[in-house]
Design a protein around this ligand. Structure first.
Ligand SMILES: Nc1ncnc2c1ncn2[C@@H]1O[C@H](COP(=O)(O)OP(=O)(O)OP(=O)(O)O)[C@@H](O)[C@H]1O
Length: 406
């Protein structure tokens, strides 16, 4: 079990994490979602020891995580971290050996993962010559090549084509089936909903919801119902448990949590035949927006109300609209898809990603230096950095491949 307990992190006087706590069981696929700047990358970097928390601990199998244990982790940093001048095959072998594999095992694992992630034919190419999507695949191979006991992946799906997405989803399921705790962040909420056993929603450095999607659904204050009836508009007004009703070809009702849907069915049937009676299941995107909106309306003064916070506020407003719109439309099908899609595209277009990227780059520098936040680095990035420190292959330092996640 991977346990994150009370992680707290400040950048200057900005609270980036405020008591982040969650755990990932062996074999569990855990989706870590949140608005831009919510604290996902910071959490993952602390988990990997790239960054020191101000408080809190990370435990694996009941023990605080130390450097030898972390070497068994597979980490894909958001900012990516490959040596651009190094050939794909050489790079993966090198990283596998850094993680303690024998030369022969490293070669076998490299071959396997290059084939598995469909980059085998690029083995002799330098990383910089690959498309961003293929660089991403190599980066994933780098996280997987040493057969890690834990997987922590920061936006592993961004930049992959649909075949690559399916391929990676299958790989993650397999790793989990082997008992590996897998945690990954993503803004692709439909994918997270489809793939993950559990989900954690972080907002402004705090966990605002965690559980299975069904548990998150069950915790909602209201639910939706679609009723196909010829009864005249207004038929559901005033019924117990009906918060609002929208009349059209079908009636869409928003119910209170304790509403008696059978009583509503009886009321509808008393007025004529009922052709449809469908509970509306909110998508993860709806739940996400609702959780964020709820948290926004708490008026929390956590000191983290910078541009990222505004980004969250914007999402919060959308959350209300999105949730209602979904609950009052065909949200079980196309409606919820478009909500998820718009969330992703809105966030992508909000421009806060590049801001975060810039922050991450500077954070990376401090991460490399262990706990010494004043030192910079131009060498190594991400999880590999820590391990690679001191080892200096003759290729140039890896560039920051932000573009791969854009
Ligand atoms: N090195 C840094 N220096 C100062 N502030 C930072 C640094 N790194 C992150 N932050 C701030 O910490 C907060 C959390 O950032 P983080 O990158 O963890 O968010 P995120 O959830 O990964 O965002 P995104 O979805 O945009 O990648 C943000 O307010 C960010 O601006």
């Amino acid at each position: 079990m991977l346990e994150l307990d009370g992680l707290r992190k400040l950048y200057g006087d900005r609270i980036a994490l405020d008591g982040v706590t969650f755990s990932v069981r062996p074999g569990e696929l855990y989706g870590f979602v949140g608005t831009n700047g919510a604290g996902k990358t910071t959490t993952m970097r602390i988990t990997l020891g790239v960054l020191e928390p101000d408080a809190g601990t990370v435990r694996f199998q009941g023990k605080p995580v130390d450097t030898p244990t972390r070497r068994r982790f597979g980490y894909m940093p958001e900012e990516r971290g490959l040596y651009p001048k190094m050939r794909v095959g050489d790079q993966l072998r090198y990283l596998a050996e850094l993680h303690g594999m024998t030369r022969r095992d490293a070669a076998t694992a490299t071959k396997y993962w290059m084939e598995r992630l469909s980059v085998a034919e690029r083995a002799e190419d330098r990383v910089e010559a690959l498309s961003l999507g293929n660089q991403q695949r190599v980066q994933l191979a780098a996280a997987l090549v040493h057969h890690p006991a834990v997987l922590v992946l920061d936006e592993p799906f961004s930049g992959l084509d649909p075949v690559g997405v399916d391929n990676l989803a299958e790989v993650l399921r397999e790793r989990a089936a082997e008992g590996v705790p897998v945690v990954f962040s993503s803004h692709q909420l439909e994918l997270v909903e489809r793939l993950c056993d559990s989900i954690g929603i972080i907002y402004r450095g705090r966990m605002v919801a965690t559980g299975t999607v069904d548990e998150l659904r069950a915790s909602r204050a209201e639910r939706g119902l679609r009723v196909g009836t010829d009864a005249a508009a207004g038929w559901a007004d005033g019924l117990a448990g009906v918060e609002s009703a929208e009349y059209g070809a079908r009636t869409t009702l928003i119910l209170t949590a304790d509403a008696d849907d059978q009583a509503i069915l009886d009321a509808a049937r008393a007025l004529g035949p009922v052709r449809e009676f469908t509970p509306l299941r909110p998508s993860l995107a709806d739940l996400f927006r609702e959780a964020v909106a709820d948290h926004d309306s708490d008026g929390d003064g956590d000191g983290n109300s910078d541009g990222d916070g505004e980004s969250g506020g914007r999402s919060g407003n959308q959350a209300r609209t999105g949730t209602k719109a979904s609950a009052t439309g065909d949200q079980a099908s196309a409606g919820s898809h478009s909500v998820a899609a718009s969330l992703t595209s809105d966030e992508a277009s909000a421009g806060s990603r590049s801001d975060t990227a810039a922050s991450l780059t500077s954070g990376e520098a401090s991460g490399h230096a262990g706990a010494d936040e004043s030192s910079g680095t131009a060498n190594l990035i991400g999880g590999q950095r820590g391990d690679q420190a001191g080892a200096d292959p003759d290729s140039a330092a890896p560039t920051d491949q932000q573009g791969a996640s854009a």
